[in-house]
Design a protein around this ligand. Structure first.
Ligand code: AMP
Ligand code: ZN
Length: 117
């Protein structure tokens, strides 16, 4: 069963429109918006509308949301004319996750280094 939204979650509030965002895409299952602190010329986030805390909470009951988010990533990238991009999901504080609602960063428009910091 999918998790409902968490009333105390920042990204759930964005999905509900309680906090403004610069939306780039929305459908029944996911929402995409530009990052408020962009780390590349193109930097948007794709999130499931249902509250899933992180990649560590993906199960057979909610994993279809992940595929759906990646469909949205491809769709938005195509619409923005972006062919080369990086998708990042930070999971847990040590990995740099600051908002505990599953989100995929999509970064493009500059050279990317590897390994990431
Ligand atoms: P992470 O640090 O991987 O959890 O990513 C969270 C991202 O959310 C960061 O890149 C923040 O800049 C971004 N962020 C935080 N608050 C907002 C907001 N109100 N609107 C858009 N992006 C936000
Ligand atoms: Zn949430």
């Amino acid at each position: 069963m999918l998790n409902a939204q968490d009333p105390n979650c920042l990204f759930c509030k964005i999905v509900k429109g309680e906090i403004p965002s610069n939306k780039v895409y929305e459908d029944n299952f996911c929402y995409a918006f530009y990052d408020i602190d962009p780390q590349a010329p193109v930097h948007f986030l794709v999130i499931p509308k249902a509250h899933v805390t992180s990649c560590g909470e993906i199960t057979k009951w909610n994993s279809d949301l992940v595929g759906h988010c990646f469909e949205a990533i491809a769709k938005v990238a195509h619409e923005l004319g972006v062919t080369d991009f990086r998708v990042v999901a930070n999971c847990g504080e040590q990995a740099g996750q600051s908002v505990p609602h599953l989100h995929f960063h999509v970064l493009a428009g500059r050279d990317m280094s590897w390994p990431p910091g």
